[in-house]
Design a protein around this ligand. Structure first.
Ligand code: GMT
Length: 378
């Protein structure tokens, strides 16, 4: 198939899922055309059957807000025509879904161009529910030829919040289990912890919903009982406050802020525990990546996370903001090797049995076929 993919290329889990999906589809023989304003972060444009079409937005002085949505529609329609795209697949409803709908209408006199919208989380739970975006988000979902959500929780939220009656197919996040795998020797950890302290890791875009500061608080609590060091990967608004808090709690020597990293699959396996203390996660892709690497997640019981992590078996789930409970779980994992090894093994098993690319990508391929042949099913 010839598939057009649009996502936010520089930021967030939705862009990562879209990029990895495109690469997996290309590896399976599809022609994949990324239509975005920048090269997606994890995309290697040299990959066979991957094409990148940049959306340029000219900034005329009259435009206080450059009309990106329109430039994107125009590029989508041009690429769809030039490369005979079978469908557009947009990730994150706002504004990609509306742009796809306009591109579809531009081509309508010539041919059908179906589009699928994949809902990822904040496009529904935060941004979409904002009064200024509510109606347009609902409209764009209702006009999509196909809609997918990345967890049962998010599908239900979409129905509850927007009163949507179209069918939404759940296709969960996935991980490449060959790329993300355990490193039992963890010898590379020495580069981050010369004195042999076990590593905790947090990866996010440091938005408030991620509660990155809780990671610093958890580390301070854990260090009362067990030596440990924290790697903070990524960047965003709460990075500065987290650095400040680390100094205040006098653990700054034990927290490394690594900023954005291109190859997280090389860093995650060096850690023992992943911290994901979020207020909300509609799935929690980073926890899945950690589990595939044999790193045990200590996370919060929110949104779609319980669809991934089974509390006490392959990770722990606690209430958001409960630092003591999360720290207690981390300490147990750092001090009891048998416990850690059992849970790490269960996590790897869960990731590879339920969420590896081989299991999930065919679900997207099937859905594409259903939508292209207009046999949309729930
Ligand atoms: O929170 C992020 O990392 C970004 C956000 C997004 O919308 O781009 O991620 C969402 O999509 C991920 C991939 O499908 C999910 O795994 C995350 O749980 C989800 N984030 C939230 O719901 C807060």
């Amino acid at each position: 198939m010839n598939i057009g993919i649009t996502c936010y290329p520089t930021y967030g889990g939705s862009g990562i899922v879209a990029t990895e999906l495109g690469m997996e589809l290309a590896a399976r023989g599809h022609q994949v055309h990324f239509i975005t304003y920048a090269n997606p972060i994890r995309l290697d444009p040299g990959t066979p059957r991957i094409h990148y079409h940049e959306v340029e937005v000219s900034n005329y002085p009259l435009f206080q807000y450059p009309p990106y949505c329109l430039a994107l529609s125009s590029r989508m329609a041009d690429v769809a025509e030039a490369y005979a795209l079978d469908l557009l697949h947009v990730h994150y409803a706002i504004p990609h879904s509306i742009s796809a709908m306009l591109a579809q209408q531009m081509l309508a006199p010539k041919r059908r161009l179906p589009f699928i919208t994949t809902l990822h989380g904040t496009d529904i739970t935060l941004v979409g529910a904002d009064p200024s975006y509510f109606s347009i988000t609902k409209f764009s979902i209702e006009r999509s030829d196909g809609v997918t959500a990345i967890s049962d929780y998010l599908r239900q939220q979409t129905v509850d919040v927007f009163g949507i009656s179209n069918q939404i197919r759940v296709i969960k996040n996935f991980v490449n289990c060959d790329l993300y795998h355990p490193d039992n020797s963890k010898s590379g950890a020495a580069a981050y912890s010369a004195v042999g302290e076990k590593l905790l890791i947090h990866l996010s875009n440091f938005r408030p919903v991620k509660r990155a500061l809780d990671c610093v608080r958890i580390l301070a609590e854990v260090r009362r009982k067990a030596p440990a060091r924290l790697l903070m990967v990524g960047d965003g608004p709460d990075r500065g406050p987290a650095e400040h808090l680390a100094r205040e709690l006098k653990v700054d020597r034990h927290v490394l802020f690594l900023g954005k990293q291109d190859h997280v699959e090389r860093i995650i396996p060096l850690a023992h525990v992943l911290l994901m203390p979020s207020d909300m996660e509609s799935f929690g892709l980073v926890a899945l990546e950690a589990m595939a690497c044999g790193v045990v997640p200590v996370a919060t019981r929110v949104g779609g996370v319980p669809e991934l992590i089974t509390d006490g078996e392959d990770g722990y789930l606690e209430a958001p903001g409960d630092i003591v409970a999360q720290a207690t779980r981390v300490t147990a994992l750092l001090t009891d090797d048998a416990l850690h090894s059992r849970m790490a093994g269960a996590g790897r098993w869960n990731a590879s049995e339920r969420f590896c690319s081989e299991k999930i990508i065919p679900q997207y391929e099937q859905y594409y076929e259903d939508v292209v042949s207009a046999r949309q099913m729930g």
